[in-house]
Design a protein around this ligand. Structure first.
Ligand code: NDP
Length: 259
């Protein structure tokens, strides 16, 4: 299928997990995809993997640190040199920083915000001038159900993710007249390395995994590809009037009061 034919997309944190699934789905739909990832080797391996799996796919790996505005600006310039102006940005890179508020270090606070909120803004700021000038663009920010629900002991990750929703709404409104759409996706539990790391950090990883799978009404957690399908939709011309919105992908978990 060619739902993104002719588009150039840049996906941050695309070396693995949700970002890799989005990059793969975008390439399968005909977009030229830039994998902007902290680990250059991981990005290059994933870019090759996608290109091999997807006949005719155009991929480019660019080592990028989303905490550094200059790094994102350079990635956007490299994308433009290789494929043309960036039509779609997915701010996906994120880290879990789960701590108790009062014992958390200042460094933990800064590390969380540097990636999970500043990183999103840095991406937006790097592409917005071009999108505004061309009067076209779609920005997709990967938030989380932590953007509207709180789990004790997971501070300050949800604070940053609440900020991602605020940033999405503010920029969506600001640049709507220029036809730039800014939306968010809020995944619930999705099976990635991030989730495995969290299970493995628990006293009984198997029990933690089992408990997580029981949480959604569908009695399973999501797959990265299930987030990618929504990203394709938001990036495509099928969602021209969806702006400053957030789509939740959690099998209904956040609608559940309790069982
Ligand atoms: P992963 O940890 O599997 O992947 C995250 C990717 O982001 C890694 O490749 C990582 O690179 C990269 N990354 C981290 N820091 C930076 C940085 N400074 N610059 C560029 N890239 C960076 O996570 P997921 O795929 O699970 O998560 C992706 C997004 O989805 C995150 O924003 C996360 O908060 C969100 N999310 C995930 C959920 C889940 O259950 N998995 C649920 C809700 C939201 P490296 O490995 O080299 O550090």
């Amino acid at each position: 299928m060619n739902r993104l034919a002719g588009k150039v997309a840049l996906v941050t944190g695309a070396g693995r997990g949700i970002g890799a699934a989005i990059a793969r789905a975008f390439a399968a739909e005909g977009a030229a995809v830039v994998l902007a990832e902290l680990d250059g080797a991981t990005a290059a391996a994933m870019a090759r993997d996608i290109a091999n799996a997807c006949a005719g796919a155009r991929t480019l790996a660019v080592q990028t640190d989303v905490t550094q505005p200059a790094s994102l600006r350079a990635a956007v310039e490299e994308a433009q040199r290789a494929f043309g102006p960036v039509d779609v940005l997915v701010n996906n890179a994120g880290i879990n920083v789960f701590a108790d508020p009062l014992t958390m270090t200042d460094e933990d606070w800064r590390r969380c915000f540097a990636v999970d909120l500043d990183g999103v803004w840095n991406g937006c700021r790097a592409v917005l001038p071009g999108m505004v000038e061309r009067r076209a663009g779609s920005i997709i920010n990967i938030a989380s159900t932590h953007a509207f629900q709180i789990i004790p002991g997971c501070f300050p990750y949800p604070v940053a993710k609440h900020g991602v929703i605020g940033l999405t709404r503010a920029l969506g409104i600001e640049y709507a007249p220029q036809n730039v759409r800014v939306n968010a996706i809020a995944p619930g539990y999705i099976e990635t390395q991030l989730t495995h790391d969290w299970w493995n950090a628990q006293p009984d990883p198997q029990a933690a995994r089992k408990a997580t799978l029981e949480l959604p009404p569908m009695k399973r957690i999501g797959r990265p590809e299930e987030v990618a399908m929504t990203a394709v939709f938001l990036a495509s011309d099928e969602a021209p009037f969806i702006n400053a919105s957030c789509i939740t992908i959690d099998g209904g978990r956040t609608a559940l009061h309790h069982e």
